[in-house]
Write a protein that binds this ligand. Structure first.
Ligand code: EPU
Length: 332
């Protein structure tokens, strides 16, 4: 068990903000992880995956645990489907790539999402009409309160849009995730942008769907290695019927998607663009000119500057549209 002291977290978050962790470790196995939890039962803890959906505003006076549990294993195979289990430290998109090249379908719409396997159930990653919850069968964790392993079936994970039990309670460290994938594939239209990209192809294959998504995302979303960011910064707001009707009076082309009884999901990017923030820069922080939902870092290492800009965008969207945007990204 190797515990490091006073570690700079800048390389471990895609926004590249600075913060020092008093203690830091990268357990390679579930056994090593439980040992660490036994040794530091009362220490404040922060669990880090790929660091693609969070940033730091201050030093962390506790123990940062960055699971390094790897491996992708075929658990079960029938004529129609497979179950595959992957360690928390596997890179999400490497997993998707492997599934697609083996002809296993179910996660291809989640191509090119940055981050680690362990983070994928936490915020129930989603794109192009698919959420990771649709293919998950089991999430294996270690309970930080008891130090014991605990597995959750998909139904026990409390999944909803960009949310899960793991996000709400922050009590469990995810060590691996098991998926059920199909050995056949038929493309079904779920998302206009994707169908447009595939419009020249009569029956798209799994590989063609992955390639189309990679093209769309590369065009729209800035590469965090070139321009630090954490993907979508805000959640898409869900509006009750009355709020939707009020907003439609001033914004008749507001995008709306049904989100349950009398509830409508709209586009945070659209509202930010309408508020005049697309491509706008304040000092070292701004909104991407390619996609209004992405806050980008032009060169600060101080997370507080990102928070100040976030608040400005929230206040201005609220002032102009009456909707308070909620960050999707975690701020520490
Ligand atoms: N739009 C604008 N201005 C923009 C960009 C988009 O007005 O600059 C409007 C357009 O009307 C467009 C609509 O927003 O049709 C939707 O845009 P997009 O397809 O890019 O999707 P999104 O709702 O902005 C969500 C996810 C993304 C995911 C895409 C594709 C959230 C918070 N974000 O974005 O996820 O890739 O759908 O499915 O739900 C992420 O979570 O980091 C992420 C990138």
């Amino acid at each position: 068990m190797h515990i490091q002291h006073h570690i700079q977290l800048r390389p471990y978050n895609s926004f590249r903000t600075k913060a020092v962790a008093r203690l830091f470790c990268e357990p390679q196995s579930v056994e090593e992880l439980t040992e660490i939890l036994k040794r530091y039962p009362t220490e404040k803890k922060l669990i880090l995956g790929g660091g693609c959906n969070l940033f730091f505003t201050e030093d962390f006076e506790g123990l940062v645990i960055r699971p390094a549990i790897k491996g992708i294993e075929l658990i079960r195979e029938t004529e129609q489907e497979v179950e595959v289990e992957a360690g928390a430290a596997e890179e999400w998109d490497r997993f998707v790539d492997q599934c697609v090249s083996k002809g296993f379908s179910g996660v291809e719409n989640l191509s090119l999402i940055p981050g680690s396997m362990g983070a994928s159930p936490v915020q129930n990653i989603g794109a192009y009409g698919t959420e990771v919850k649709d293919t998950i069968v089991l999430v294996k964790t270690v309970d930080m309160q008891t130090g014991e392993p605990k597995a959750f079936t998909a139904g026990q994970c409390g999944f909803s849009y960009r949310d899960s039990l793991f996000k709400r309670s922050r009590r469990y460290i995810i060590t691996s995730v098991r998926f059920r994938l199909q050995k056949s594939f038929t493309y079904r239209e779920k998302y206009a942008d994707l169908s447009r990209e595939l419009s020249g192809i009569a029956t798209p294959t799994l590989t063609q769907v992955r390639e189309a998504i990679i093209r769309i995302r590369t065009r729209k979303l800035p590469d965090p290695d070139l321009l630090p960011n954490a993907g979508s910064f805000f959640k898409n707001p869900v509006l009750p019927l009355e709020a939707k009707d009020v907003l439609l009076k001033t914004l008749p082309d507001l995008p709306l998607f049904p989100a349950g009884e009398n509830r409508w999901k709209t586009s945070a990017a659209y509202l930010i663009e309408k508020a005049g923030y697309k491509g706008k820069r304040k000092g070292m922080v701004g909104i991407s000119g390619d996609h209004a939902l992405i806050i980008v870092n032009y060169g600060t290492d101080n997370g507080k500057e990102i928070v100040a800009f976030m608040k400005e965008v929230q206040n201005e969207v609220f002032r102009q549209c009456g909707v308070m945007l909620e960050p999707e990204v975690w701020i520490f």
